[in-house]
Design a protein around this ligand. Structure first.
Ligand code: ACM
Ligand code: ZN
Length: 557
């Protein structure tokens, strides 16, 4: 059943409109999403009204804040129709002034002071100021095209993030999305105070990033003949699917994101999920192929040969070019869903196992340890270049190498184990935070937005010291069954709003009923920006989650 949120929240809308009669001013609300840590209103004071004379000031010579001031001018224009003049120098009457201040102790924190005369926005860094302008935008009412002026209530906001890592992943391997659309997704992330865009660039079904030393990766590896479009009938569309990003385009995405204080983390998923690379360079596999890029989804036995020196050279060469394009401290090297059947039968892999003296143990098979060796070699290489490695939680299966950060996706158990071993952890459990896998994030009578909202990234069973290794949380958008932006956005929005609150807001402030009351103002902003979002936000009539919820083989099917 479609539920129209305007009916549900009609009372709140009416209250706003009443304020719009005399004088013609519509009041905004500083209780945005994600909810700031502290909002104190000076209810007896007059609000700050956006007028044609309103200006925005930034400190002379600060290019980042100059750009941020420009973003604020555009977003104010988006909702009010008035574009404030941007200038350098001090604030003053009618001005929204931006500055970095040592008074703000949290790097990404900010303070907003609003009076009828002026708005002062201080950040612990330019990133803090940027989060502050998102709050201003979300707090403003949409009055464009009406006789009303927009007002911000007098008061103060003191805000900072709960977690330093607040991520969102997009899989462009299964389906390619153009640069222009990724920029829109980055804007969406910025609106929700997300600071890491995890870009899943390679998959069995498509290699999407130009690697100059291995041109066949994109000539052959980025094109598949057809795509399965129905899980039940196993029908295929018969239409070739292709696309890749040149290194210059990837640099453009990195730049666009950086301007919005978002770091792009590239993922080259290895040694599994490599069918597109194997189809391009069959000598990298255990059997030598031939290989074909799959047109359906799942976990495939064909993986990189870990006993072949040429393969390790290939992955190092690929990562070398990735390091040139992406300045991010983290490089993600996957490590998930790598079956070991080929390695068990491969003379090269078995010779490597003997050479390394690997033996089956109670905890780890020798093939799993071979994966640890392979990932460890990559980790050394990446560390030597001054970067850090991220991997999916299966990297725990052969024992962890020293400096790895673990992304826990099959549940929170991998993250708990890694935190106990004092490795940094990012929680991204499929049961709550995979926006693409409906069967995995449903509970009877709990709607999909609430299911995200309920997730608590820091497990109780860890000691406070172990808990400090949980550096953040992320949602993932896999695209096996998502070929277009309409479906993508309906899967993401408004769940990203719930995500932002588990990433940003302290848990004692969280309250789902109250969140639902704040949501319509954000939905209005989505509509204003032309984002497609799921209107049926209270879709509670969904079946129970399967009891065997961690059975992996059905995950992507
Ligand atoms: C994953 O979902 N295979 C990381
Ligand atoms: Zn092999």
């Amino acid at each position: 059943m479609e539920v129209n949120y305007r009916h549900l929240f009609g009372v709140a809308c009416m209250a706003w409109l009443v304020g719009c009669t005399s004088p013609s001013v519509e009041m905004g609300d500083l209780n945005v999403i994600p909810l700031p840590q502290e909002v104190s209103l000076h209810t007896a004071d007059e609000p700050f009204i956006i007028r044609s004379q309103t200006t925005i000031a930034y400190p002379d010579g600060n290019e980042k804040l100059e750009r941020t001031a420009g973003f604020l001018a555009s977003s104010i224009e988006e909702v009010t129709g008035i574009r404030p003049e941007v200038r350098s120098g001090a604030g003053g009457k009618g001005c929204i002034s931006l500055a970095v201040s040592e008074e703000i102790k949290e790097q990404e924190g900010y303070r907003l002071q609003i009076s009828s005369d002026e708005v002062r926005l201080l950040g612990g860094s330019e990133a803090g100021v940027f989060h502050g302008i998102q709050t201003l935008f979300k707090a403003l009412p949409i009055v464009k095209g009406s006789d009303c002026l927009a007002a911000l209530p007098a008061g103060e906001v003191e805000d900072f993030p709960r977690f330093p890592y607040r991520g969102f992943m997009v899989d462009v391997g299964r389906h390619f999305f153009p640069v222009s659309y990724l920029k829109q997704m980055i804007d969406m992330m910025a609106l929700h105070n997300i600071n890491y865009f995890h870009w899943h660039l390679t998959e069995d079904q498509g290699w999407r990033i130009e690697i100059k030393k291995y041109p066949k990766l994109t000539e052959i590896g980025s094109v598949r003949d057809s795509t399965i479009i129905d899980r039940v009938t196993r029908e295929y569309d018969g239409i070739p699917h292709s696309g890749f990003y040149t290194q210059d385009e990837a640099r453009e995405i990195v730049r666009y994101a950086a301007e919005r204080f978002i770091t792009v983390i590239p993922e080259i998923d290895m040694p599994g999920h490599m069918m597109a690379a194997l189809a391009s360079y069959p000598e990298l596999g255990c059997t030598g192929g031939p290989y074909r890029i799959p047109c359906q989804f799942g976990v495939y036995p064909e993986v990189l040969c870990a006993g072949n020196e040429q393969t390790l050279q290939f992955t190092k060469d690929v990562i070398s070019e990735i390091l040139e394009v992406f300045p991010s401290e983290y490089i993600h090297i996957g490590g998930d869903e790598c079956p070991k059947v080929r390695w068990k039968a491969c003379p090269k892999c078995q010779a490597k196992i003997r050479e390394l003296g690997l033996k089956d143990t109670k905890e780890h098979t020798k093939e799993n340890q071979l994966q640890t060796y392979f990932m460890g070699e990559m980790e050394k290489f990446i560390n030597e270049h001054g970067r850090k490695v991220l991997g999916w939680n299966e990297i725990l299966e052969g024992g962890l190498t020293d400096n790895l950060t673990v992304m826990s996706w099959t549940g929170t158990e991998g993250g708990i184990e890694a935190a106990r071993q004092h490795h940094p952890v990012i929680m991204t459990p499929i049961q709550f935070l995979y926006f693409s896998n409906p069967h995995w994030n449903k509970l009877a009578s709990i709607n999909r937005v609430k299911r995200v909202y309920l997730f608590e990234p820091v497990p109780d069973e860890l000691t406070p010291e172990e808990q400090s290794y949980i550096i953040g949380t992320q949602a993932c958008m896999w695209t096996e069954w998502t070929a277009d932006s309409l479906k993508m956005e309906e899967q993401i929005l408004p769940r990203m709003a719930a995500l932002s609150e588990i990433q940003w807001t302290l848990p004692e402030k969280k309250d789902f009923e109250q969140f639902k009351k704040r949501l319509p103002a954000l939905l209005d902003k989505y509509a204003e920006r032309g984002y497609d979002y799921k209107k049926d936000i209270l879709d509670a009539n969904i079946p129970e989650m399967p009891a065997d919820s961690l059975r992996k083989k059905s995950l992507a099917l």
